[in-house]
Design a protein around this ligand. Structure first.
Ligand SMILES: [Mn+2]
Length: 434
């Protein structure tokens, strides 16, 4: 199924072969950091030298080098890529926009260009793994590919499933029946989980009742529950999620399989992904990257950042829940110096307000506004949020793009009202055209 991707991956491998050094630019989320680590480890094993930088997007400056590798970004920024006087390799799964006219050698590895669904079934990390396969025996990196897949909330079907299957066959991924959740004591897992979001964070009593009702000791480790206990817990979680205004597909994504990564520093794949993600969100990507590089000295710091990040997101959700505003066809939230937009918008759009697209705006001290838009698979059949973000941002002099269900933009603070109106108008046009 990867033949067409492989053609570009081989082209990329040839370009890499001609260089001793590569500058790697990658996105600062879990998929980006794991993609960057997959590329970095493959190149280091070929005795190339590398330098890795993390960006929030290609709206940030990049430096020209002899060879640049973009991971989890690039396909949406043809103008930036075309302007570089460098050999360039783009390893991305965002929907390609416009035309890239490279000035020098160029390879573009993107599932959308190879007949594979990159929105739900192929992450940047999976794409990076296809490149890694062309660069040497890197089968162990399937585990990092899985961390990226989970980080982008993709399905383990299609191309992703094929990569995961390779990991399982070679012993780098273990699959068991169970709940795809973080690891730890049951009580802590339920209280802190963001995927699924269970709304127990400051509801200790409710949590006690919940545990008593499913007859589970909250001090037990969730990964060590018996099949029976796990089934009782799964049922109770399903009921709780259903009672929120959640997206119906959400429980299916949690139930079924859990994955372990025996060679990684963090064995539970969801936990691995979440810790990496948190380091990026807390502007400490090098910690997450170090964990991907299997350097144990970063582990403690990684868990510390994770806990801090998760607690902040929960507090922000509880605080902001009542500040959510209604448009005609969207819901939105305007924050000033909020902790982060993406994770909050995800929980709101998947669990609490799943009937409309959700847009979170964060006005930062420098007057720039970071926007995250989220919907779910059902809404995405009508509304392409990547397009909505791109068009609305361009209208107000900003930039936007991303995926059909998860997109973002950067705009100026003066443009907030006009931007929201435009997003709302575009969503109405799309949602009305059933
Ligand atoms: Mn991604």
């Amino acid at each position: 199924m990867f033949e067409m991707l492989r053609v570009e991956a081989r082209k990329a491998a040839e370009i890499i072969g001609r260089h001793d050094f590569a500058r790697i630019y990658t996105h600062y989320d879990a998929d980006g950091i794991s993609s960057g680590a997959i590329v970095a480890l493959s190149l280091l094993r070929m005795e190339k030298s590398i330098q890795v930088s993390f960006l929030s997007g290609l709206n940030e400056e990049v430096e020209e080098e002899e060879l640049i590798v973009f991971a989890d970004m690039g396909s949406g920024y043809p103008d930036v890529v075309s302007s570089l006087n460098s050999d360039v390799i783009v390893v991305d799964h965002h929907f390609p926009v416009g035309r890239i006219e490279p000035r020098r050698d160029f390879a573009h590895i993107n599932p959308h260009l190879a007949g594979i669904d990159g929105s739900f079934e192929f992450s940047a990390s999976a794409t990076a793994y296809i490149l890694a396969e062309e660069l040497g025996d890197n089968r162990d990196l399937t585990s990092l590919a899985l961390a990226g897949i989970i980080g982008d909330k993709q399905k383990i079907t299609g191309g992703n499933l094929e990569v995961v299957r390779r990991g399982i066959e070679n012993g780098f991924i273990e699959e068991r029946d169970g709940l795809k959740m973080i690891s730890g004591k049951v009580r802590e897992v339920l209280r802190l989980s963001l995927e699924p979001y269970l709304d127990f964070y400051s509801k200790e009593e409710e949590l006690d009742e919940f545990l008593a009702k499913c007859r589970i000791d909250g001090e037990r480790n969730i990964d060590e529950l018996s099949r029976d206990e796990e089934r009782r817990l799964a049922n109770a979680i399903a009921v709780r999620i259903m009672r929120m205004n959640s997206y119906p597909g959400v429980f299916e994504e949690v139930a079924g399989k859990k994955y372990f990564l025996p060679d990684e520093l963090i064995h539970n794949a969801v936990m691995m992904s979440d810790v990496i993600n948190a380091t990026g969100r807390k502007a400490s990507q090098s910690v997450g990257f170090g964990i991907c590089m299997r350097d144990g000295s970063y582990l403690e710091k990684g868990f510390e950042l994770w806990r801090k990040f998760v607690e902040e997101v929960h507090q922000e959700i509880e605080r902001r829940r009542h500040e959510v505003q209604e448009g005609e066809c969207i819901r939105f939230l305007v924050m000033e110096n909020g902790s982060s937009t993406g994770p909050i918008a995800s929980v709101f759009s998947r669990y609490l307000f799943s009937d409309r697209p959700f847009v979170a705006l964060n006005i930062k001290k420098d007057g720039r506004v970071k926007v995250s838009a989220r919907s779910n698979r059902k809404l995405s059949e009508l509304v392409d949020l990547a397009e909505v973000m791109r068009v609305s941002a361009e209208k107000v002099g900003g930039r936007g793009g991303g995926h059909v269900v998860a997109a973002g933009a950067n705009i100026d603070v003066d443009a907030v009202d006009e931007f929201i109106r435009e997003v709302d108008r575009l969503c109405c046009t799309r949602l009305g055209s059933k």
